[in-house]
Design a protein around this ligand. Sequence first.
Ligand SMILES: C[S@@+](CC[C@H](N)C(=O)[O-])C[C@H]1O[C@@H](n2cnc3c(N)ncnc32)[C@H](O)[C@@H]1O
Length: 527
Amino acid sequence: MRLIAEIEAEREALQQICDAQKTQRERNRLGQFATPPQLALEIARFALKLFSTEEKVSFLDPAFGTGSFLSALLQVFGTERIKRLVGFEIDRHYADRAARLWRDSKLELHTADFTKALPPTRRDRFNLIICNPPYVRHHHLPASDKSRLHGLARSTSGASLSGLTGLYCYFLLLSDVWASEGSVCVWLMPSEFMDVNYGVPLKEYLLTRVTLLQIHRFASEEVQFGDALVSSAVVCFRKTLPPKNHLVNFSFGGTLNSPKMLQAVMLSNLRADSKWNGHSSHETKSTPCARLSDIFEIKRGLATGDNKFFILAPEQVRAHGLPSKFLKPILPSPRHLRALEIKSDPHGNPILERKLFLLDCRLPEVAVQRDYPRLAEYLESGKHDVAKGYLCRSRSPWYSQENRPAPLLLCTYMGRSRTEDSGPFRFILNHSKATAANVYLLLYPRAELTQALKERPELARTIWRWLNELPPKVVLSEGRVYGGGLHKLEPKELGNIPADGIVCLLGTSFKNPSRQLHFFADRDFRS
Ligand SMILES: C[S@@+](CC[C@H](N)C(=O)[O-])C[C@H]1O[C@@H](n2cnc3c(N)ncnc32)[C@H](O)[C@@H]1O
């Protein structure tokens, strides 16, 4: 297959040609307005976060056009993750050219009316549906179509739609029988349904039959996708019944993955709300329901008292004959750590070029002298300077270290912004048993997240991605800036970052967080 970048360039050119060959009226009649490539990519990236790494994708686009979502999907997920690709396009004008464009892919493109297509058997349903359905107003739908669609929507999704309903609502409801249990569904559609009477059955479906994750609205001052999208919304949900006390993310401005404003609204409050647009507009109050400190216990890393003395390379360990029982793996400083994910060997040691160990012994000096003469000799060499330092002097014995179990996640404690879009802080996912020094902040899941991770280990990775995709502005607004653009983030400041997005990812009822530090006796949940 040709490179996806080449196909995408060709697709964009093709889209322009196809659109130009049609009159505005013709395009209105079939709702032929393509998704901007950047937005298609945003949506695909959003979907990626909701999939576990190993999961294969069977994808459906019921209103295919030239395939903007297919292209974004292949760019973001990669071809090897794809199991099946299916599209429907009613208009030959687009379908024939699209079929040619995608001839080398797995795409099964049906030149047909999606609303008349026979749904698949349960086994053949799709786990990812992304669609920009035709925005065809009810007065352009023939009466016979209306009654057919009405009956179909009722039998497939249980919704009873009024005669004023636009085609896009039928598309969403009819796709229910194409979506597998747990599937991810993302719809780019007019936001109008959120506030009008004909939208009520669709809202009911979103509230009761699926788990509504996020509704994003675009800001008019940011026209990156063109003005047309100002009245659109991206509606994201998972096809599974909503958990109790579920929170829905309403976001506004910026992008779907990095919105300017985010508000989590209880599902039960949405039920009572006749108009949803207020939640996703400028008027949105951005007071978060949860902060990072509700989800993680955040601690600064170890202050050893003297890194040169207590943090040792394997050659030093060997040269001094230090016993392995007093050595713990420890991560190198961020300057020497480029990876954002720390893999582990079977012993829990991080797989890194630069291997380091923390010397941590709590035995009293007499016991060390009696049982571990080589260690006693090493400690003796630090007695005149290291032991007299401020931290060591206040500890007993002076060479013991603070208790910092290996954290699930780490955040670099200071840094400079690399570009406008990338913040100075990096979040690192740790699969190893390595701890870290105070150049990092350590994030330990609280009870609620610990429980969720036991059931869905892949959440660790999803949350880690979410953290790294936080808009730099959100993170920076909590920290401090020093001369030369150096940013620092203290545990409390990191804990203050709004974390409603994680609550939504948890997809569980989020109760009052328990404040207990989880000490990771059981570390099996990492993916
Ligand atoms: C809003 S465009 C989206 C195209 C493309 N997926 C994108 O996002 O760029 C909707 C597409 O649906 C097609 N369409 C309209 N009615 C349809 C139907 N009943 N069944 C299948 N496709 C339909 C239109 O021809 C148009 O290409």
